[in-house]
Write a protein that binds this ligand. Structure first.
Ligand code: GLN
Length: 534
């Protein structure tokens, strides 16, 4: 087993996650089996309880782990099979150390940061590798910036780990920023030198430096960085701003042959990557033939990261149809102050993503009504499915004030409500219906066609409220179609609306299962339907 550790220096938001994911792509194309994971220094046990404003989207894995959005990049850029072992926070580390101490597992020892906390971190690396023993390389990204107090223990653990498993089995990659000082017209390498010096203070000598830069990296600067950072000049890799799409990142890093450098550093036997399919995918993204316009009606529209996987899934599905998708971001509250037609305008499709809380709900209901009544393709995800149900109950079945009990506890028609097992839960962490579940798709539905006539599907969940079965008959008699239910409990998973070109909404989150050249079937169908809509 070989290990790659990706650290970051100088500033945050350097695209460390994309660098790690891209290295994963390249190594996979060299025929290696990769695994990726993220270590986050914050004290939350997981990001599930954090606001999207703090953290962006919460990415859910098959096993129900609520993780950082970088794991979304990992899954989209590779075929790695990730589990809750691949996402570790300081919160989890301390939680476990304290539990061990209370259980008397340290046999009377004074419990200390070193070795007890660092052992806990190292242990996680072993557990993740044991889970998939045929992995060739495990890539671990360390959140935060070198020099942060909170990241120190992780770096110390990695330093120890590299001695435990043998330095020849470990490749440290440091991602830094090369700022351009405009007045001097020069790229500056000093912050990189200083951040590498910080790493070396801890005892870590990076093997490869990845330099984020707006411009190209000339030989002089490469030489300078190599000398001050104590690495061979070839191991200074440029990571330029990509012009069109993040899927160009692996291609950019390939220019400096990062995959070969890593392979050589770790003594891995692997072949030159054939990136033809990836290149074709990128080509379709850059030069598409068709164009469509999709409105995403949400409440975190100023924040790209809040609906990251949805935007990526739309883009990926667009590429599959050789189509550029213009995404119009609509704030649901604006619709409440005006009306759906004037705020959303002429679009080829409307998507309502997941969400929590009351704000903007009525605006989303108006958007769903606008899509249903005007035959505009509609795609609802999680909350977007609950919204579609409420809208249908109110405006087609005449159930006045129908609602979800999340927004109105006293609604006369709780068409969306809590399942019994959710009632009385007060803990907020990891207490929703989470992760993958098997569902049955009914024949003669749009869903059945989209899933290629499959009757069994597996999709990921993250929600508390459900379609209330007491309203099934009334709603279906009025033209709502229930096209999929969960295998175990018969919970409603997908709904459709009769006599509409494409009105489909899912209780689960299909956006977590799209990859380049493998769009999710519902996203793909939605884009296709949008191309037919004028
Ligand atoms: N708030 C809704 C629920 O808890 C929807 C959640 C979501 O969209 N992820 O059921």
């Amino acid at each position: 087993m070989k290990y790659i550790f990706v650290t970051g220096g100088v500033v945050s938001s350097l695209g460390k996650g994309l660098a790690a994911a891209s290295i994963g792509t390249l190594l996979e194309h060299r025929g290696l089996k990769v695994q990726l994971q993220k270590f986050d220094p914050y004290l939350n046990v997981d990001p599930g309880t954090m606001s999207p404003y703090q953290h962006g989207e919460v990415y859910v894995l098959d096993d129900g782990a609520e993780t950082d959005l970088d794991l979304g990049h990992y899954e989209r850029f590779t075929h790695a099979n990730l589990s809750r072992l691949n996402s570790l926070s300081s919160g989890q580390v301390f939680d476990s150390v304290i539990k061990n101490e209370r259980a008397g597992k340290y046999l009377g020892a004074t419990v200390q940061f070193i070795p007890h906390v660092t052992d806990e971190i190292k242990n996680r690396l072993h557990l993740a590798t044991e889970r998939e023993p045929d992995t060739d390389v495990i890539i671990t990204e360390i959140g935060g910036t070198v020099g942060d107090i909170e990241g120190h223990l992780f770096l110390e653990a990695l330093r120890q780990f590299s001695l435990d498993v043998g330095r020849e089995n470990v490749c440290f990659i440091h991602v830094t920023l090369l700022p351009m000082v405009k007045a001097a017209g020069e790229i500056k390498t000093k912050p990189t030198q200083q951040s590498v010096a910080k790493l070396r203070e801890i005892g870590i000598q990076p093997d490869i430096i990845i330099c984020r830069t707006e411009h190209d990296l000339d030989d002089d600067n490469r030489r300078k960085i190599a000398m001050f950072c104590n690495v061979p000049q070839n191991n200074v890799v440029a990571f330029r701003d990509v012009k069109h799409t993040i899927y160009q990142c692996p291609l950019d890093l390939r220019k400096d042959k990062i995959d070969r450098l890593v392979s050589d550093a770790l003594g891995l036997d692997s072949q030159t990557p054939d990136l033809t399919l990836w290149q074709q995918f990128v080509e379709r993204l850059i030069n598409p033939t068709f164009k469509t316009k999709i409105a995403v009606v949400g409440k975190y529209i100023d924040l790209n990261d809040a609906y990251k996987s949805i935007y990526e899934s739309i883009t990926i599905a667009g590429a599959a149809h050789d189509t550029e998708v213009e995404i119009i971001k609509v704030d649901a509250e604006d619709i409440e102050k005006s009306d759906a037609k004037s705020i959303i305008g002429e679009v080829n499709g409307i998507l309502i993503p997941g969400g929590f809380g009351e704000r903007g709900i009525e605006g989303k209901i108006l958007a769903a009504q606008y899509a249903r009544e005007n035959q505009i393709p509609y795609f609802g995800i999680c909350l977007g499915m609950q919204i579609a149900t409420i809208e249908f109950a109110r405006n087609v079945c005449g159930l006045e004030k129908a609602d979800s009990t999340e927004f109105n506890k006293d609604t006369p028609h709780p068409v969306i409500s809590l399942q019994e097992e959710q009632q009385g839960i007060t803990d907020m962490g990891a207490s929703m219906r989470l992760g993958s579940c098997e569902s049955i798709v009914h024949p003669d539905t749009i869903a059945h066609q989209l899933y290629n006539q499959n009757t069994t599907i597996h999709e990921r969940h993250r929600h508390r409220y459900e379609f209330n079965p007491a309203y099934k008959e009334q709603l279906t008699n009025a033209g709502l179609i229930i096209s999929s239910v969960s295998k175990e409990k018969g919970l409603v998973e997908i709904i459709e609306v009769k006599d509409h070109p494409f009105f489909i909404a899912a209780q689960f989150h299909p956006e977590f299962k799209s990859k380049p050249n493998q769009p999710h079937p519902i996203f793909s169908g939605f884009i296709q339907a949008s191309l037919k809509h004028h």
